[in-house]
Design a protein around this ligand. Structure first.
Ligand SMILES: [Zn+2]
Ligand SMILES: [Zn+2]
Length: 423
């Protein structure tokens, strides 16, 4: 079965490709097929194929054999390319599992050993939380995290002075050891990670004392991240080369920063619109008023015009005072949800005036039900004098005299029959 595979086709390289091209093609393929990232059912099988192809094509002798005889093992189909017989017989710990794994796409052993062979640094992910104010204005944030960075002592080589990196003598640099043997079922091929170099294809003869030959060390990293104005949760940015450093100078991964915008105590964000609550005195709601709201941008004050006859729960929209649109001009709206509160701090004089209005409305005859509904507990029918008596009798003291609204007499009907008058 191994004979029918075209290793060049598997790696997607021409037959005259040099070792560099082959290595790059292998890394590209392996990266997309790695069981860690690719969950397709046949990914593991393809990953193994790619590894196998690379194991052969990256080795001069095996490649020559393969080119000439269609098998990496030379004319006899067995042993031709190997200098070390332990690769074939038990030295690497072959067992029946490995054989089944190879033939039947077994349970992840291949993936596990391949993971250790990875030499390129991993991409790292980190979450960055910003406040809604920061999201609105844009921000430069400092992120602190730990990562494996290139070892400064050895410059990433992994070797101490006078030391060097050699191609692993056991696997000849492929990181994999392949065994092919003939059985009654035909030719069987098994492959596993090279035990001497742990799949990297290289060994260090005098390791750097600071990184123990890895060429990378754990460091505390600090990076600046620019968060654009108008950013939403889930937005990501990639900082090239700020992920995990590769083994002994191999490529460094990226840092992917994912932004999370915090909930705000006053604003609820819907798209780029900001919703908030404003409290309006019932008398002010009758005649209309303006409420000031602290905006989302620093120092911003938004004037919310409350129309006359504004109802509880009514939404008042102020255009272009919400979140800035990310990457373009303009802003969403600020939407104020009006909560009407009944004042309890009217002066006695003001109360009498209100009571007078209530009494007047109840006597009009055209809307008696309306008036009596509006004021509970004997307010409507008692009239001005009774109201005065009532409040005086309880020793009621005004807290914060309500100014202008009491004197303005609203036109009739504004208290109730204004459902169509919003905005
Ligand atoms: Zn080092
Ligand atoms: Zn090796």
């Amino acid at each position: 079965m191994a004979d029918s595979k075209d290793y060049y086709e598997i790696l997607g390289v021409p037959r005259d490709a040099d070792t560099d091209t082959i290595r790059r093609a292998f890394r590209r393929k392996a990266a997309t097929l790695h069981p860690d990232v690719n969950k397709a059912p046949d990914a593991e099988e393809k990953f193994k194929e790619v590894n196998e192809a690379y194991a052969v094509l990256s080795d001069e002798q095996k490649r020559a054999n393969y080119d000439r005889y269609g098998t990496p093992d030379g004319p006899a189909g067995f042993g031709g390319g190997y200098g070390d017989v332990s690769d074939i017989f038990g030295g690497g710990g072959f067992g029946i599992d490995d054989i089944f794994d190879t033939f039947f796409g077994g349970g992840g052993r291949g993936g596990q050993s391949a993971r250790r062979a990875r030499t390129r640094g991993r991409d790292m992910g980190i979450r960055l939380t910003v406040s809604l104010e920061e999201a609105a204005a844009g921000a430069t944030k400092t992120l602190r995290y730990d990562r494996l960075a290139t070892c400064e002592t050895c410059g990433g080589s992994g070797t101490a002075d006078g030391g060097g990196v050699k191609t692993c003598p056991r696997c000849h640099g492929s990181g994999r050891v392949v065994e092919v043997r003939r059985t009654v079922l035909g030719q069987m091929q098994t492959e596993s990670e090279c035990p001497q170099c742990h799949g990297t294809g290289q060994v260090v003869d005098k390791p750097c004392p600071d990184c123990h030959g890895e060429g990378r060390r754990r460091v505390h990293e600090e990076v600046q991240v620019n968060v654009p104005a108008g950013v939403s949760s889930g937005w990501t940015t990639t900082l090239g080369g700020k992920g995990e450093a590769g083994l002994r100078g191999d490529a460094t991964g990226d840092l992917v920063v994912s932004v999370e915008v915090e909930q705000h105590e006053r604003f609820e964000r819907r798209g780029d619109d900001l919703y908030c609550r404003v409290t309006v005195d019932a008398l002010a709601a009758i005649v209309g008023t303006t409420v000031s709201v602290r905006g989302i941008l620093d120092g911003e004050t938004v004037a919310v015009p409350i129309p006359a006859g504004c109802q509880f729960g009514q939404e008042v929209r102020v255009e272009r005072r919400g979140m800035p649109h990310m990457g373009r001009i303009g802003r969403g709206d600020l939407v104020a949800l009006v909560e009407v509160t009944v004042p309890t701090d009217l002066t006695q004089k003001q109360l009498l005036e209100v009571a007078g209005i209530v009494a007047e409305r109840s006597l009009d005859g055209d809307a008696p039900a309306d008036a009596s509904d509006d004021v509970k507990a004997g307010g409507a029918s008692t009239g001005k004098d009774e109201a005065a008596e009532h409040f005086a009798g309880e020793g009621w003291v005004p807290k914060n005299p309500f100014k202008d609204a009491g004197r303005k007499k609203p036109t009739r009907g504004t208290g109730r029959s204004n459902k169509g008058r919003r905005r």
